[in-house]
Design a protein around this ligand. Structure first.
Ligand code: LAN
Length: 642
């Protein structure tokens, strides 16, 4: 534990946070490079070389690229990364590119790509807009009360489709160059002129069709296609203005960082076209490098501007569990970071921009990012409340109370919590998911992770302020956790891999909520985990679990999975069991001499298909599990237990 604590202390940033690699997806760098190209720009030499090295490193043996660095090849990412290498100056007869072409041509090239790939190619002039499912900006002008108004979509989804709608309305297209003309010849299995674009709308290769297009979606696309043929110009102009205004709102609320990597780039392209060389473009270009990540394998585009707040909140909890006396300096610097990153006001013109009030919340990365999240707020609040009795918390009481208000304002009618907002749209909207490659992107629904974190934070708050009116919210949250247990005793995680992650949240949430060891729900969870323990005492789960929605082991044990399993077992009252003892021995034996655990597959995921790297998890969760195992009372949140 001491060595693991030292590793955390050594890797802390000057501002008190932990800032690490948040890479993994392989569709983000292409959006970045394509966006720059449309804007008549290119990455600087060092970045260019890094991007090339990274893409070369992560080309699969079959010649393609996966959705993420661990996934089998998709047409979407193979075609986009092929184009990226070409835009960065690699020749078409490069052996790596020849292998890529051999992989994607039999699958139709761009014609087989998931829909977002087609859109980026259209922007580059490598695909015709006629071959896209329409994304008319007029949807924003529909009455807000309609269940499918875009403001009801999950914020990440609506913020991607907002600039897409504007760019679609404009039929935006890069200035023609000889390279683009050559690419149109290289990418397709038939001459570009002979492509049947209408038919191409409905085409998608089997590798890219994770979420099949429903009959509903096909019908909606037909209606939108008819609208596109006959739409009124005046209405289009108004819709374009409205979209641009909302894009401006997003830029203002996020200091041009934007909610995520895709709308970051697309908004920049929108401004490049709407106001070339205007102040908006300059502001965007200044923030773009925030998303670049230098790794030992080269340079890539991160999934967020950072994961700093999230990692810091967890690091604090692990360090406190391991004994604060040895980590006071580290904790005190972390406390300063937590203090400086709370969002203190609502975003500008919040209602106009369909934004939920933000005051009191914490974001995933930094305050400047401007989008606070339910569970990030909850984990930060838990961390502050743990620091309070140590005399290290710096967030004043009124501001902690605002965080509690923020959490309460986000509870859904089903008792659970979603991510950034309350659930706004009906569940059937998921049937209209047009992305092909992702699942669960349409509505922000309740998740076990967010719900557990919020329940635990409210319980911690009540521990410090017994008269706080949070009892009903807690009870409803606990009911939600109970209701979502699967028949096999597990919970399915949405943002980490997968059942071990979900079960850790659910069990610790239930136990914090007063559910006692021996309760049938906990007993079933314990049985589930014991059933998945490996011969050597470890647990192992891969992102394939999320894709297939059943537990899939990796070839070796994983320290992060093992830690989640152990933390669950100990919280459920199994601190002295044989399974726990064997798991702890495995975890200890796995630690290196310098206090680290060896690298292992990615433990983060989103939208059920894409793996993402949480750099701090390997430093935080094993320490946390060992810390709890070393205590007499194997409790996870000793001070708060309800
Ligand atoms: C994230 C990052 C943080 C994450 C947690 C807070 C850990 C989670 O508990 C709730 C969901 C959330 C906020 C989350 C949602 C999906 C995100 C935003 C990401 C995984 C980071 C990147 C991903 C985003 C959707 C990537 C862009 C792709 C699209 C499909 C729009």
């Amino acid at each position: 534990m001491q060595r693991a604590r030292d590793v955390l202390a050594r890797t802390q940033e000057a501002d008190g946070s932990w800032k690490g690699d948040y890479s993994g997806p392989l569709f983000l760098s292409p959006v970045y490079v394509a966006g720059l190209y449309v804007m008549g720009r290119a990455p600087d030499t060092r970045t260019r070389e890094g991007l090339l090295a990274y893409l070369r490193h992560h080309q699969n043996a079959d010649g393609g690229w996966g959705l993420d660095v661990e996934s089998p090849s998709l047409v979407f990412t193979t075609v986009l990364n092929y184009v990226t290498l070409r835009l960065l100056g690699i020749d078409a007869d490069d052996p790596g590119l020849l292998r890529a072409r051999d992989w994607f041509l039999p699958r139709g090239g761009p014609l087989g790509s998931g829909s977002w790939g087609k859109f980026i190619l259209a922007l580059l002039g490598l695909y015709e807009y006629d071959g896209l499912a329409p994304t008319p900006p007029e949807l924003w002008l529909l009455p807000r009360a309609l269940p499918f108004h875009p403001s009801r979509l999950w914020c990440h989804c609506r913020m991607v489709y907002l600039p897409m709608g504007w760019l679609y309305g404009r039929r935006a297209r890069a200035t023609e160059t000889p390279l683009l003309a050559a690419l149109r010849r290289e990418l397709y299995p038939l001459p570009y002129e002979d492509v049947d674009w209408k038919a191409a709308r409905n085409r998608v290769a089997a590798t890219d069709a994770y979420t099949p297009r429903s009959a509903w979606l096909r019908a909606v696309n037909r209606v939108l296609g008819i609208h596109e043929r006959f739409h009124s110009r005046r209405l289009r102009a108004r819709a374009m203005e409205e979209s641009l205004e909302l894009i401006r709102g997003e830029d203002e609320a996020t200091h041009s960082i934007c909610i995520g990597p895709i709308n970051k780039v697309l908004n920049a392209v929108v401004w490049h076209i709407a106001r070339p060389d205007g102040p908006e473009v300059r502001a965007h270009l200044e923030q773009l490098p925030d998303y670049l990540q230098r790794t030992t394998e080269g340079v890539t585009f991160n999934g967020y501007n950072s994961s700093q707040l999230w990692d810091t909140a967890f690091a604090v909890q692990a360090l406190v569990a391991s004994g604060d006396a040895q980590a006071r300096d580290t904790l005190s610097r972390a406390a300063r970071f937590l203090e400086s990153e709370q969002v203190l006001e609502d975003s500008p013109r919040a209602a106009r921009n369909y934004r939920h009030p933000s005051r009191g919340g914490w974001p995933f990365s930094t305050r400047a990012h401007g989008w606070p999240i339910s569970d990030c707020t909850a984990e930060a609040l838990k961390a502050c409340l743990l620091l309070e009795p140590l005399g290290l918390n710096r967030v004043p009481r009124e501001r902690l109370a605002q965080a509690v208000e923020f959490i309460l304002s986000l509870q859904n009618r089903d008792g659970g919590w979603a991510t950034y907002e309350r659930m706004r749209g009906p569940r059937w909207l998921e049937r209209l998911n047009p992305s092909d490659v992702f699942a669960g992107i349409m509505v922000d629904a309740s998740y076990v992770e967010c719900t557990s974190a919020c329940v635990q934070a409210l319980i911690a708050w009540r521990g410090a302020h017994p008269s706080a009116p949070v009892g009903r919210a807690i009870t409803r949250g606990v009911d939600f956790l109970r209701r979502t247990q699967r028949p096999d005793g597990s919970w399915e995680g949405a943002w980490g891999v997968c059942f071990s992650y979900g079960t850790w949240f659910a069990v610790t949430g239930l136990v914090a909520g007063g559910v006692r060891a021996g309760d049938p729900a906990l007993r079933r969870a314990v049985r589930f985990l014991e059933d998945h323990q490996r011969e050597d005492g470890s647990w192992s789960e891969t992102v394939q679990s999320c894709r297939e929605r059943r537990w899939v082991d990796g070839p070796t044990g994983h320290a992060v999975t093992t830690s989640w399993a152990l933390l669950s077992l100990m919280a459920a009252g199994e601190g002295e069991s044989e399974a726990t003892r064997r798991g702890v021995s495995w975890l200890r034996a796995r630690q290196d001499g310098d206090g680290r655990w060896p690298p292992e597959p990615r433990a983060g995921v989103f939208n059920r298909t894409c793996a993402i790297h949480y750099d701090a998890y390997l430093r935080v969760f094993p320490l946390w599990a060992l810390a709890v195992a070393g205590r007499e009372e194997h409790r996870v949140l000793a001070p708060f237990q309800g």
